[in-house]
Design a protein around this ligand. Structure first.
Ligand code: SAH
Length: 368
């Protein structure tokens, strides 16, 4: 595999460039391009053409390479299929929204968690991503937004959506971030210091790894935490999320509220609405009956949280159904009646398989 210049320190980069017989200032020029997410050397217009060709032959810019780019019908969502140095593949998604440009990044290649409704875990876990592999995903998105159109402003983006920069990050791609906590923290620190993205514009979502949540609390940055809850009882939750056998629901919520209360932040609760096919082929509600709405309300009453309802997104290999619009609203109405803040998540990019739970390891599956 070719050396990845983005992974080099400044002095390593200078050595590399001077060993090619080039003056040192070229290293600085190249670094500027790397920090903007340059996908290859040909885009580096201020380098001589011969050097660009030479570099393309011996090195690569980022530790990820875009192998496929899919644009949603409304052009607001872009999904990237990325290849890593060892040929593993991951996905990341850029969403242009009314509040800014949000990037959904993956923290692992594959996932070990085995949630019954999700595509990401179908092939198991391949490996953790490095800090640079996670960070490169926002550079890919930044390049998509701005490319080389930087001449009129400083090279360092400042997390300003009005300027067309990445402004928000959600760690909700493939993988369980709190099984790779150290690198996820390293990535967030870097996104904050190098891209200027505020702590409060960054959200980490977890299926509920209690020691990982405690590590975030210790770390002490006021980011947003989201918990994939999906069921209000241990019995049902363990059926659809095996991790619940290890970390029970109440322990997960205790650890999560400790984190969010410390920062005076609202805890985000993610709740997929799942149905199963009944005997006559109709959708039979699984976790979103009125009874479960009452149980969920009992669990969360008086707590500082927001329930994000996510009607299940189709995954071919999974045998669930999405409940009817009526059932979704009935469930939400009960939460509202009980004083629980709630919202129905607007899914983005379903037509390109980039909605929640549709991200997967590679493009060999049917969804892509
Ligand atoms: N492993 C982390 C990060 C994934 S975030 C976590 O579990 O939180 C992606 C969110 O989408 C999670 O809440 C996940 O439970 C949810 N999800 C998974 N499959 C889904 C599907 N098919 N439809 C809707 N949401 C899904």
């Amino acid at each position: 595999m070719k050396p990845v210049l983005f992974d080099f320190t400044d002095s390593q980069l200078a050595d590399f460039i001077t060993s090619m017989g080039q003056p040192k200032f070229r290293a600085k020029q190249i670094r500027d391009w790397l920090n903007r997410g340059a996908p290859d050397f040909q885009v580096m217009k201020n380098l001589p053409a011969a050097l660009r060709d030479q570099l393309d032959g011996v090195a690569q810019t980022l530790p990820v390479r875009v192998v496929k780019k899919l644009q949603s019908g409304d052009n607001q969502t872009t999904k990237f299929l990325l290849e890593l140095g060892d040929a593993e593949q991951i996905e990341c998604v850029l969403m242009r929204t009314s509040y800014g440009n949000s990037v959904c990044v993956s923290s692992q290649a594959g996932c070990a968690m085995g949630c019954k409704f999700c595509a990401s875990t179908l092939l198991g876990l391949k490996r953790n991503l490095t800090v640079n592999e996670i960070y490169s995903q926002i550079l890919v998105a930044q390049w998509e937004l701005r490319g080389d159109r930087f001449s009129d402003r400083p090279i360092r983006p400042n997390g300003d959506a009005n300027n067309g920069d990445v402004s928000h990050i959600v760690v909700m791609g493939t993988g369980e971030p709190l099984q790779n906590t150290e690198n996820v923290i390293g990535f967030i620190e870097r996104a904050n210091s190098d891209m200027g993205i505020g702590w409060r514009k960054i959200t980490v979502s977890t299926c509920g790894i209690v020691p990982g949540i405690e590590k975030l609390t210790e770390w002490g940055r006021p980011i947003n935490l989201a918990i994939s809850l999906h069921a209000p009882t241990d019995e049902l939750r363990s059926r659809i999320m095996p991790i619940n056998n290890k970390y029970h629901l109440n322990n997960v919520l205790d650890a999560a509220f400790k984190f969010s209360d410390l920062h005076n932040r609202q805890l985000m609760i993610e709740y997929i609405l799942l149905a199963v096919r009944g005997e006559n082929g109709d959708a039979e509600l699984l976790n979103c009956t009125p009874e479960y709405a009452e149980k969920l309300s009992d669990l969360l009453r008086g707590k500082n949280c927001m329930v994000n309802l996510i009607p299940w997104n189709a995954v071919d290999e999974r045998d669930f159904m999405s409940p009817s619009g009526n059932a979704v609203h009935r469930f939400q109405d009960i939460l509202i009646k009980n004083g629980i803040h709630t919202r129905i998540r607007r899914e983005r990019g379903q037509d390109i398989g980039s909605a929640c739970g549709q991200l997967r390891l590679n493009n060999k599956g049917k969804v892509n």
